[in-house]
Design a protein around this ligand. Sequence first.
Ligand SMILES: Cc1cc2nc3c(=O)[nH]c(=O)nc-3n(C[C@H](O)[C@H](O)[C@H](O)COP(=O)(O)OP(=O)(O)OC[C@H]3O[C@@H](n4cnc5c(N)ncnc54)[C@H](O)[C@@H]3O)c2cc1C
Ligand code: FES
Length: 340
Amino acid sequence: MSSITLTSGASFDCPPGTSLLDAAATSSITLPYSCKTGRCSTCKCRVVSGTSKLLQPEMGLSESEKQAGWILSCVRTAESAMTLEAETLAGVTLPAVRNLPCRVSTLERVARDVLRVRLRLPPTADFTFLPGQYVDITGPAGISRSYSLASASVQNKTLELHIRAVPGGLMSQYWFEQAQPNDLLRLKGPLGSFFLRPAADRDIVLLATGTGIAPIKAILESLPGLDTSERPRSVTLLWGGRSETDLYMDLRPMLLPTVRYIPVLSRSDASWTGARGHVQDAFLAEPAPLDNIVVYACGSEAMIKSASEAFQARGLSPGRFHSDAFVCSATPTPNAGSAT
Ligand SMILES: Cc1cc2nc3c(=O)[nH]c(=O)nc-3n(C[C@H](O)[C@H](O)[C@H](O)COP(=O)(O)OP(=O)(O)OC[C@H]3O[C@@H](n4cnc5c(N)ncnc54)[C@H](O)[C@@H]3O)c2cc1C
Ligand code: FES
């Protein structure tokens, strides 16, 4: 058992073979996380002292980040007493994670490669979530994949998912070729730490590509219910796709009048009169200062990576860039070794 101290002052014990992330959770310390498979880098933290050991490959870190002492807490265990610099979600109580059966209620093709799926929970299910979180769904063949909640009606026990077809994907094949209303699935969740932090007086920038709009939609839907003292000072939403059909739903009717919405296309034809390029570049092209903004980005790994680099190059601190990368959620083959 190794003793772990966070620079914020909290401490916990890490048993051999248990990830630092899970060991912290056992001691009721919530560190940020998303994929839990070493890909998305949401759980990135810096080693101040001590040594750790890999449980799975750290695919979400660059060589220079590894050299600078960064590790991914979801795929590393401690080898000695350690001191870590990590964001903690102190003061946030995450809803309890449930394992529940659920049934497909409706399947609606909203774009050539996107399905809107509604799932029905049992009438007695006790399920709540923080807008932005995701669930793991296990399909009939026992394959499990992560999907963000686009919306959830606790009263009606229904959950909304937006699912993009990944060519050759195992779960995509189920959703797009086999799924039928009333199919029985299993759900684990809510999961992840992608949700709106206290935002009073902040200028919030929401970036989404493709089905990355799902958790952003849930966050947008939650804004009217926030106490006025908790509401952001301003909200700018940028949703990007290649062509107009990638922006598969009309968001305008659900937006508060104070939300500024900028659709962005990267491969539009001449008829498109809106913003062009990538969502992060469309925002950063404006001369507005970044000192009061907090960014929430969701969608492709490529967008998250370049957005994070672009905002940091303009001086935004990493603590004000929250993201949920839709990395491949299949579990990689364990590969122990490599201490630092
Ligand atoms: C936290 C989280 C939330 C997610 N939320 C959503 C969501 O709301 N909507 C949604 O559509 N997807 C979401 N995803 C992605 C989803 O979980 C699956 O990984 C994806 O749908 C592919 O699953 P599959 O079984 O069809 O493909 P797989 O059988 O897992 O993969 C097939 C092939 O495609 C590649 N691949 C897999 N996933 C991706 C990807 N995302 N991008 C590019 N290549 C890939 C694999 O490397 C493999 O070669 C989320 C992922 C995470 C980690
Ligand atoms: S890399 Fe650790 S949660 Fe994604």
